[in-house]
Design a protein around this ligand. Structure first.
Ligand SMILES: Cc1ncc(COP(=O)(O)O)c(C=O)c1O
Length: 442
């Protein structure tokens, strides 16, 4: 597919300091997209690239959706911006009302942000403030998990469990501890869906509680399925145990659903998928199909209620962003939710998940493949290290791109998370191209 207008290479790549990128390596041999429609990107030199990653886990309804474009355009012309500090406009009220109906239980209040990182830092702040307004201000400790990714704010990298994201940035926020991760190939390699082994790892929370005392712990935050560190599917019973231990000690449980929200697992949210109710849920990405930055935090009734005391004139939570509930983001989100609903995309993901599972597990036995794991429309394919961690993964990414396939790699793990609009023919193409690349990798 050709872009509607020919796009030229930028005159210089120098000024843009690229995020999470080896800038010098990239700029020596760039990979530039010019256009996107449906399941495909088109590069600046006119090549088609199958999107195996929904952009960056966000374009769940596929690219170039006219309905979203029209809603964004109309919104800019009608109301481009209005503040939401001591002022309002209809957009975020209507959107919040619609969103809370999609979540189970009493997750019935929404705080809007502009990204996953902001959602995480917002949720952590709500957790701390919640305990304080209830008179338990000593509960300041936050518990994350090794191999957790919660964005790049100071809160997020503090509870996150990825060393390079943390080690350059000083002492981070104090009073944070980490659960062990659940990744174990000895027990769980080539599991389809949730592994049998590993629920006991949640009991480490008991050890942390014993060490610090429950009266100092505010919240535990985990990704229900860890995406960015290589698609780590929660062992059977693990999330349930975390919930039970949090309940026992009145610790809040936060699910970071920035990746799992909006259909990725074949349910609206992981919360519903696993039948485990957290106290706070963070989302972003798929909320606007990746078109306009937006994030949100869902809070259970009791959490919101705890703040609604004192004089009516008192601001209950000293937190917010200029663009919280931005009119254009709200319009994009409404149009996105319309598409999800009209096209039944979450059900579609569920229906396709066994076909997807069989397809990705067909990679077992190919050179270097030491694990395949999957759930809904997401999969991780782990490659043996070549000796230089990440080198084989990177080579695979570059070769796939040259073959016309966009994958994402974390070290030597390939993550696949296509738009939920994927068809059988795309799954076949993806597996065929990846197989070819894997077979040719040294
Ligand atoms: C689970 C999770 N939390 C938070 C984030 C951060 O989101 P953002 O990049 O929008 O700040 C991500 C991004 O991938 C994520 O996967």
């Amino acid at each position: 597919m050709q872009p509607e207008q020919p796009t030229t290479h930028p005159a210089s790549l120098d000024a843009f300091w690229m995020p999470f990128t080896a800038n010098r390596q990239f700029k020596a041999k760039p990979r530039l997209m010019a256009a996107a429609k449906g399941m495909y990107y088109t590069t600046v030199d006119g090549r088609e690239v199958l999107d195996g990653t929904a952009g960056l886990w966000c374009v769940n309804a596929g690219h170039g959706r006219e309905e979203i474009a029209a809603a964004v355009h109309a919104q800019v012309m009608e109301l481009d911006f209005a503040p939401t500090f001591q002022m309002g406009h209809p957009g975020p009220f209507a959107l919040a009302d619609r969103l809370v109906k999609m979540l189970p239980g009493d997750l019935n209040h929404v705080f809007f942000t502009n990204s996953g990182s902001e959602s995480v830092d917002t949720a952590l702040k709500i957790a701390l403030a919640y305990h304080r307004v209830r008179g338990e201000g000593a509960r300041t400790r936050l518990i994350g998990r090794e191999r957790g990714y919660h964005g790049v704010g100071f809160g997020g990298i503090s509870v996150g469990g990825i060393a390079p994201n943390r080690k350059f940035f000083g002492s981070l926020i104090p009073g944070v501890d980490h659960l062990p991760h659940t990744h174990n190939l000895e027990h769980n390699a080539f599991t389809r869906g949730q592994p049998e082994w590993g629920a006991h790892l949640a009991d480490e929370l008991e050890r942390i509680v014993t060490l610090h005392d429950a009266s100092t712990i505010a919240a535990v935050i985990v990704e229900p399925l860890a995406g960015s560190t290589g698609v780590l599917v929660p062992p059977k019973g693990y999330l349930e145990r975390l919930r039970a231990i949090c309940d026992k000690y009145s610790i809040l449980l936060i699910f970071d659903e920035v990746i799992t929200g909006f259909g990725r697992l074949g349910s609206g949210f992981a919360t519903e998928h696993f039948g485990v109710m957290p106290d706070l849920v963070t989302v972003a990405k798929g909320i606007t199909n990746g078109t306009v930055p937006m994030g949100a935090v869902f809070a259970r009734q009791g959490i919101h209620e705890a703040f609604m005391h004192g004089p009516d004139s008192a601001i209950e939570l000293f937190h917010g962003y200029t663009y919280s509930g931005h009119p254009v983001a709200c319009a994009a989100a409404e149009a996105t939710l319309d598409i999800y609903e009209k096209e039944g995309l979450f059900d579609r993901a569920r229906r396709l998940s066994s076909e997807w599972e069989n397809a990705v597990h067909s990679l077992k036995g190919l050179p270097h493949v030491i694990d395949v794991r999957n759930m809904g429309l997401v999969a991780g394919v782990e490659l043996a290290s070549s000796g230089t961690p990440g080198a084989r993964g990177y080579e695979c990414l570059v070769n796939c791109f040259e073959q016309g396939l966009l994958i994402r790699t974390t070290g030597d793990i390939i993550a696949l998370s296509p738009p939920l609009t994927i068809e059988t023919s795309h799954i076949d193409q993806l597996i065929e191209q990846l197989t070819k690349v894997l077979k040719a990798l040294p």
